[in-house]
Ligand binder design. Structure first.
Ligand SMILES: C[S@@+](CC[C@H](N)C(=O)[O-])C[C@H]1O[C@@H](n2cnc3c(N)ncnc32)[C@H](O)[C@@H]1O
Length: 369
């Protein structure tokens, strides 16, 4: 890959490195080094650190080497075992006390990689494969700090291994930045650390709740309130202001809008703001509404499932609330809602979620069971 907008921006690279609480680092490595921004941030922080990097692109390696002739750089396909074995940076029992990563995002979605961790084989995303493979090259008290797509934490695809790494290596989310750091692309990203037991994950409490979620379909309202004057139709429009005391009230506008239509049984809740128990409601199977773009609906197969799920929402409001993030208005994404709904499910309906892993907010209908 040639220099492009997807290399790590300096501001983000410095931010990641600013989290690292180590007085000295001897050997730092980046296994998808690109043009070396992460290593530059490390060199700025620890003046005597020795830098190592690999990248699949010989051009990237040549260009970065021309800027940093004292770095040890090599073209390696880090996802390929035989390429790793031939590498000098990765062989000879070489271990690093700091590994920095911003693995390629372009593989997000479709691609599945196999990774073996502690004799168990997992099918994971590319970013998760980079992260797990890197552990082989870490000293026992070394740290990995990385910038990853947020689907690594929230998608069904990576969930199993994420939970294992969370327990074994204190895999922690340091931050979920809101700003769009990558020009021309808008990936949701997280900054994470591995093996740094001084970090307390913002997500730690998420692994604790266990509930057998029934099959669901998630819908996101698409109707903007600005379009209302031009619409008339047969179904009541529901906006956040229409949910009060766990019921719908004051419905007055009728519209037609197929992609925002929800048929009960379902749970309705606000996508933005601070989730409150009184602002979540249950609609039954005889009801059909159109949702404004501030609302989400979780449809279930039957009324009993909807009632149980409604109870789950109310009982776990703190957890739900922790998934509404944002520096301005707080909001929940489809990925995070899936995370909330998916915990500890091991049945095969999860596979249907994983095909749509990273599409997130651009989709209206997320999972059909
Ligand atoms: C997001 S950039 C990383 C930028 C870099 N960490 C920095 O500090 O600027 C991703 C890099 O991964 C490299 N890459 C993609 N697939 C790879 C693979 N299989 N093995 C090693 N590097 C790979 C790309 O060539 C690209 O340079």
């Amino acid at each position: 890959m040639h220099r492009d907008s997807y290399y790590t921006p300096k501001i983000l690279s410095d931010k990641l490195v600013s989290y690292i609480n180590k007085k000295s680092v001897r050997f730092v490595a980046d296994f998808c080094v690109g043009d070396g921004e992460l290593l530059r941030s490390a060199s700025d922080k620890w003046k005597n650190v020795k830098c190592y990097g690999t990248d699949i692109s010989q051009t990237a390696i040549d260009e970065t080497f021309s800027k940093h002739p004292n770095w040890v750089l090599e073209a390696v396909d880090f996802l390929d075992d035989s390429s790793q074995k031939k590498s000098k940076v990765l062989s000879g029992q070489k271990k690093y006390d700091l590994i920095l990563l911003n693995p390629p995002f372009s593989y997000i979605g479709g691609v599945s990689n196999e990774v073996v961790f502690e004799s168990v084989t997992y099918k994971v995303s590319t970013a998760m494969k980079f992260l797990t493979e890197s552990l082989r090259y870490l000293t026992p008290d070394g740290f990995i700090y990385a910038i990853l797509p947020s689907s690594t934490a929230y998608s069904q695809k990576d969930r199993k291994l994420w939970l294992v790494l969370e327990k074994r290596f204190n895999l922690s989310i340091l931050e979920e930045p809101n700003s769009n750091y990558f020009k021309g692309a808008t990936p949701n990203i997280i900054l994470i650390s591995i093996n740094d037991f001084s970090c307390i994950s913002k997500n730690r409490q998420l692994s604790k709740i266990s509930f057998k979620i029934p099959p669901v379909k998630i819908l996101r309202g698409k109707l903007s309130m600005n379009l209302l004057p031009s619409l008339v139709g047969e179904y009541y429009l529901v906006h956040t202001t229409n949910i009060k005391n766990q019921s719908l009230f004051n419905l007055s506008i009728k519209v037609n809008h197929d992609t925002s239509k929800v048929i009960g049984p379902a749970i309705l809740l606000s996508r933005v703001g601070n989730p409150k128990s009184m602002k979540i409601c249950l609609i039954d199977s005889s009801e059909t509404y159109v949702l404004s773009d501030c609302l989400l609906a979780i449809q279930t197969k039957n009324q009993k499932d909807a009632s149980n799920l409604f109870r789950y929402f109310i009982d776990n409001l703190d957890l739900l609330s922790s998934l509404y993030k944002g520096t301005g208005a707080r909001y929940i994404t489809i990925d995070r809602l899936k995370y909330f709904l998916d915990l500890d499910i091991k049945t095969n309906h999860c596979a249907l979620f994983s095909t749509l892993d990273s599409i997130e907010d651009s989709i209206n209908e997320v999972a059909l069971i």
